[in-house]
Design a protein around this ligand. Structure first.
Ligand code: BES
Ligand code: MN
Ligand code: ZN
Length: 499
């Protein structure tokens, strides 16, 4: 999508729709200018108490003269205070509505009466994320119906806009990271195979100047990644791990490692899932997509304080004559033996092995893994927050703050030692699945058992990576959850916090 900043009045910008936020009581100068251009149509409604100003309500006017916006759309802010997340959601919702009515180019006024703070980033991100559509595979090519161009600025031409440029650029970078993660999540499993995922990660890294390396099954064998490879055994599609590295170019910068679960399809393996909803398991690579998007944003934002290494563990989980069976024992690269009780608890085998590998090979200050790990986290939290298991209060706080800034919520679950009992195996160091209850916690603790002493956080995004209903910032399908949080995290963690 094209994004531009406009210096003259937005009333002169040719576009399908011009959007302005309107408050139940506060009348902005921008609204006054619009009102004059519409011969008093807005004030007439206000005085008749007929202007729709509740949160998200929209009113469109179609001006007679041509050359500027084809329509003018007012979006209600509602009475209650809007925060940054609310403002993002407000504009995302408005854009989704307009796009569904055929709007492809939008000009948005950055004035929001009743909003305390800079509106530039929330409006840019909201419009961008609300205007996203997956390209798709339909044969009609009047689809995809996505927003094509966004112009930001003011109806009042006297405002100075040049100082807004950096905030718009940063928002564009963050929103594009989310869009990239959504694109990956929406791809079907026969297109986004592990090798295709690896190809795309290498291509992105090369284009943006990240150091990258890809490991095929032979390399993974040499690295001793028996747990990860055990998941891939039943598939015709070989596993691939990609490492992407961002170097801030300063001596002694602390290292943040990001690890993403990249199950391009999870059938459950021999512990096969029921067919109901199984097709959605093409999204089981949402964690790796978030890492991909975050690395993309980090390469563009160039944070100055930290080195960031992103790992994508791309694997397909299938049943087959050669597949890992319940009862098999696998060995991770740190020598830990794992009794596989359930081949459908595969994400922790992939991610745990990568955590062990990262701790072994890098001087790591923080590890964050992201995974669509458990159905249990959906039972606990639904689709409004990711569940977090963390060994480190400071790291959890930093993640939660980064999430607050971009509109992604994180809720910490208790990681009491006692829960570990569930993972004790009679014949191996650990087993991959515990009792019926607290599944999101035991899943996280399994992964944490590979971290050694490294400060670590595990983000279970199973409930938030996919949605059947458009809402908030999200279209139907993959949400790209986590990409922006991780990019902002890298940009806000500092060497002090590594101590
Ligand atoms: N990928 C699934 C978790 C999942 C479920 C993600 C629904 C998104 C939506 C994961 O690999 C899985 O199958 N987990 C099992 C673990 C169990 C066997 C211990 C689960 O949650 O049932
Ligand atoms: Mn599974
Ligand atoms: Zn899975």
């Amino acid at each position: 999508m094209k994004v531009a900043l406009n210096e003259s009045s937005l009333l002169e910008v040719p576009c399908d729709a011009l959007i302005l936020a309107v408050h139940p009581e506060v009348v902005s100068e921008a609204e006054g200018l619009l009102d004059s251009s519409l011969a008093g149509a807005i004030s007439a409604r206000r005085s008749a108490d007929k202007l729709r100003t509740d949160r998200g309500e929209m009113t469109s006017f179609f001006p007679a003269e041509s050359g500027g916006p084809d329509r003018i759309t007012l979006v209600g802010t509602g009475e209650n205070d809007l925060d940054g997340i609310g403002l993002r959601r407000l504009f995302a919702g408005a854009i989704r509505n307009l796009v569904s009515e055929g709007v492809r180019s939008v000009a948005a006024d950055l004035t929001v009466p009743g909003f305390d703070g800079d509106t530039t980033a929330p409006i840019t991100e909201g419009c961008f994320l609300g205007g996203y559509r997956f390209t798709g595979y339909k044969k009609d090519d009047d689809d995809p119906a996505a927003l094509e161009s966004l112009t930001l600025g003011f109806i009042d031409a006297s405002s100075d806009v040049s100082s807004l440029e950096p905030a718009i650029e940063r928002s564009r970078i963050l929103a594009e990271a989310t869009a990239a993660a959504r694109d990956l999540g929406n791809e079907p499993g026969n297109v986004l195979t592990p090798s295709e995922f690896a190809r795309r990660a290498l291509k992105m890294s090369e284009e943006l100047g990240l150091e990258s390396e890809s490991y095929d099954e032979e390399a993974l064998e040499k690295m001793g990644m028996g747990a990860l490879l055990g998941v891939a055994r039943g598939s015709e599609e070989p596993a691939h791990v990609v490492k992407m590295e961002y170097d801030p170019g300063i001596e002694g910068a602390p290292t943040l490692v990001l690890i993403g679960k990249g199950l391009t399809f999870d059938s459950g393996g021999i512990s096969i899932k029921s067919s109901q909803g199984m097709h959605e398991m093409k999204m089981d690579m949402g964690g790796a997509a978030a890492v991909f998007g975050a690395m993309m944003a980090i390469a563009n934002l160039r944070p100055t304080q930290v080195r960031v290494i992103g790992y994508i563990g791309a694997v397909e989980n299938m049943p087959d004559g050669r597949a890992t069976k319940p009862g098999d024992v696998l060995t991770a690269c740190d020598g830990t033996s794992v009794e596989v009780i359930n081949t459908d608890a595969e994400g922790r085998l992939v991610v745990g092995d990568l955590v062990a590998h990262a701790v072994k090979t890098h001087d790591v200050d923080w590890i964050v893994d992201v995974a669509t790990l458990t159905g249990a986290v959906m039972v606990a939290l639904g689709n409004q927050a990711a569940g977090v298991i963390s060994s480190d209060d400071g790291l959890f706080d930093a993640i939660s703050r980064a999430g607050d800034r971009v509109g992604e919520r994180y809720w910490r679950l208790p990681a009491y030692e006692e829960y570990r009992e569930d993972l004790k195996s009679e014949i191996a160091d650990i087993k991959n699945s515990g009792a019926r209850y607290a599944g999101a916690i035991t899943g996280g603790l399994f992964i944490g058992s590979f971290r050694g002493e490294t400060p670590w956080a595990h983000l279970d995004i199973a409930g938030v990576a996919w949605t059947d209903k458009a809402g908030g910032l999200d279209p139907v399908g993959a949400t790209g959850f986590g990409a922006r949080t991780l990019a902002v995290l890298a940009d806000t963690l500092s060497p002090v916090e590594a101590e």
